[in-house]
Each structure stands twice: as structure tokens, then as C-alpha cells.
Design a protein around this ligand. Structure first.
Ligand code: PGA
Length: 223
């Protein structure tokens, strides 16, 4: 099983989201490779969309139940007097996965280890699967984490993807407890097979290359 995950970050207007799904649905409707890989238990496709597009994204993939929708962030609190926050109890019927601990949240929003651990607890309470990003072997991997995405900061958005052999070397130093292990950082269609051909790497977390449905699905097709 390989996970191919899109992280749109804070990109796309609502018109652009609709255009993305128009193109995405056109490709998967005309090519049953994706549905076949899913039914053969070889592929899980997850789209981490900005939270404001959660309902739209669910609606746009409703004919393809093998595509999962997730969020990029969640409140560390359950519902209450937390102006502007989106709690796990609000979204658990619409988001089957959530990203936690992305290095952009740590560095740009000062997200602390305590907040990360609280977010993971809230998600686990509401049965939302957790994809936890780690930057290196110093980041704690939590028991409730379902999937670990190793994303070296030097590789995110820089075009400098870490070679697969180095990724695999670092994997050995992580306390994964058999959790699926993904790589993320400047993966493009022409570099994806370097990772997907390795048994030790269970999938990819894709940022900029996921903004274009064709390049995202070109990567998924390499599974
Ligand atoms: P990138 O982003 O593919 O644009 O490097 C990956 C990520 O930050 O998840």
C-alpha cells in the first residue's frame, strides 16, 4: 500500500479549487488505473485541503469514495470559547485525516510540542486519522499517530529533494513502531519513482506538485 497525499497549503481561490477538481475528475474518470490500484489495496489518495474547502472537496469527490479528504490543521481544544478555531468535533464527519506538526506551522506559527500533542489527542478522540510530520529524529512520534511523514526542512519548497537512500538511512533512527513512513519535500513527477520503488517508503506527501492535478496524478500513477 502506498499513500499519495496532496498538501495544498494556503493556495487556491474557490474558482481555482473547482477548476482543479474539474480536471482531476476528468483524468480519473477516463483512466481506471486509480480505482484499480485502490481496489487492489495498493493506493490511498488523500487531499489535504484548506479547511474552508472541506465541504466543497467532499462534494467534488463524492463519486470516487476511494479519495479521502483531510485538513492541514486542527484546534488543540475541543469546542468552546476559542474564536476562529476549528475543532475536531466539528469536522470529524467530513475529514478522515488531518496533518499535524508540519514544519511551516512550527516555524511560522510557533506551534509548540505541547500544542502538537494536544492536537493529536483531539484528533484521536474523534477518530480522525493522524499524519504527523517530523523534521528529523529529534521530533517525538506519538502513539496515536497513524502515519509518519518525514519532511526535512531543507527539502520543503526548495527543489532540493533528499535522495531516497538518505531518507531510508534516516528512517532507521526514527521510533516508528511499524507506522507507515512517508517522505515529503520537493517531490515532482520526475523524482517520485526514486521513492515509490522502495519498499521502505510507504508513500509521498506532495506540496507544490499537488497544485496541478495532472502532476499529482502522474505521481500517483507511478505506484
Ligand atoms: P513541497 O512541500 O512538495 O512543495 O516541497 C511538501 C510539504 O511541505 O508538505
Amino acid at each position: 500500500m502506498k499513500y499519495i497525499i496532496a498538501n495544498w497549503k494556503s493556495y487556491k481561490s474557490s474558482d481555482e479549487v473547482n477548476e482543479w477538481f474539474d480536471q482531476f475528475n476528468k483524468i480519473i474518470d477516463s483512466d481506471n488505473t486509480f480505482a484499480s490500484l485502490f481496489h487492489a489495496n495498493q493506493l490511498t489518495l488523500i487531499l489535504f485541503v484548506p479547511s474552508v474547502y472541506l465541504f466543497l472537496a467532499n462534494e467534488r469527490v463524492s463519486l470516487h469514495n476511494y479519495i479521502k479528504i483531510g485538513l492541514q490543521n486542527i484546534s488543540q481544544f475541543d469546542q468552546g470559547a476559542y474564536t476562529g478555531e476549528i475543532s475536531a468535533s466539528m469536522v470529524h464527519k467530513y475529514a478522515s485525516y488531518c496533518l499535524v506538526g508540519h514544519s511551516e506551522r512550527r516555524s511560522l506559527f510557533n506551534e509548540s510540542e505541547q500544542e502538537i500533542s494536544m492536537k493529536i489527542s483531539r484528533l484521536a478522540e474523534h477518530n480522525i486519522k493522524i499524519v504527523q510530520c517530523v523534521r528529523n529524529d529529534e521530533d517525538t512520534i506519538y502513539d496515536s499517530t497513524d502515519i509518519v511523514a518525514f519532511e526535512p526542512v531543507t527539502a520543503i519548497g526548495t527543489g532540493q529533494n533528499m535522495p531516497a537512500d538518505e531518507v531510508i538511512k534516516l528512517k532507521k533512527s526514527l521510533k516508528l513502531n511499524d507506522k507507515p513512513f512517508l517522505y515529503g519535500g520537493s517531490v515532482k513527477p520526475h523524482t517520485a519513482s526514486e521513492y515509490l520503488s522502495q519498499n521502505e517508503i510507504d508513500g509521498l506527501l506532495i506540496g507544490s506538485a499537488s497544485l496541478d492535478p495532472q502532476s499529482f496524478l502522474d505521481i500517483a500513477k507511478l505506484v
